[in-house]
Design a protein around this ligand. Sequence first.
Ligand SMILES: Cc1cc2nc3c(=O)[nH]c(=O)nc-3n(C[C@H](O)[C@H](O)[C@H](O)COP(=O)(O)O)c2cc1C
Length: 420
Amino acid sequence: MPETHPSKDIIGSKSRLLKGRNIALCVTGSVAAVKCPEIARELMRQGAEVYTVMSSMAQKIIHPYLMEWATGNHVVTELTGKIEHVMLVGEGPDKADLVLVAPATANTISKIACGIDDTTVTSLVSTAFGSGTPIMIVPAMHESMYRHPVVTENIRKLQSLGVEFVGPRIEEGKAKMAETKEIVEAVIRKLTVKKDLAKRKVLVTAGPTLEHIDPVRVITNKSSGKMGVAVVEEALSRGAEVTLVYGPGTAVPPKEAKEISVVTSQEMYEAVVSELKSKKYDIAIAVAAVADWTPEEQYEYKVPTSTEPELTVKLKPTPKIIDAVKKISPDTFLVAFRAEYNLSDEELVQSAYERLKKAKADLIAANDTERKGTGFGYDANEVFIVDANKKVVHVPLAKKREVAKHLFDVIVDKIRQSKT
Ligand SMILES: Cc1cc2nc3c(=O)[nH]c(=O)nc-3n(C[C@H](O)[C@H](O)[C@H](O)COP(=O)(O)O)c2cc1C
């Protein structure tokens, strides 16, 4: 038998954000348990090892073999002479860094709140309380159970004891378990030790803009918003308070960010100006792929092809958002993004540097959308981060979330240097 379970070959395939972290995934008797293999494997893709603990009722909903396959680790289905609960969160060498109860039934939540431990899961959580292991609970139940005043009170009690709750989503009469992405993000936030942006206000623009030719036809670009959303996720995980001015991208921003939805470049410009005037932002990061041009005139009706078999649309330049930032708020640390096409590294850096100077930006992150596997719509990117002294930090092809991490490492470093 090989030493390493083949299921573990995905560990770290997306990022190393959770590398070296052990997570005790506690599964209780909700149908939402069917999502647990997905949750476990997403955590593993971010670098974590996952150890599953299942209540008796959970084992009637999904078989422990499934979780053993998903994680590559033995599943705790009962407490034995090995005192699994103590090994996992008390004194064991591979002690868990986090106890994640997902899904958590009304029953388990209330037992935990009352200090009862009569199942594998509740015993593990009791031990976690005593050993100071962080606990995260992801409820799933019918809405009527969730509205039970005692359940509500128990959730509040646990929150006051430092337990973090993720979700639920109230839909179709149910308090449904949070989406996997939201759970994984919450875990990353919890376990990412760097809180170097605590209490900092960060303004991010992301996504494309749409410029109307007529009420139904638009000019736009291929931006998905993924890079901007990764920047938002990273800022949140470091403790920042984030406002996102978001064009119509397809990437889903985390709920913890204040989102201002916009459509056109003019709306994005106005939203950014209004935010900068109303609040003191420490950092502004312009990731959005704002359309460079917009039709000079917009038709107020849908132009019929019968009368206009050919249509000439004259374009005028859109307002340059990054050029406005320092004029309104000179002390805000400004980071611009620049997408180029088919340039050498030197040309890319030079062009980015010139743009940085024009906007009086503090940093600019340049990428070449022509390069394989990078840019619009992709999950990965390769960027050159250029500063006002033309010093360059090259981030080779990496997942956008990792790129965002490198970017914030540079930002935090620069801000620190400017204060010493
Ligand atoms: C098919 C099925 C689905 C269930 N789904 C939920 C649920 O989503 N949330 C909940 O609180 N209880 C649910 N229950 C009830 C719990 O399983 C029951 O309260 C059980 O005692 C929970 O035990 P545990 O918390 O130790 O897993 C479900 C029961 C069954 C049979």
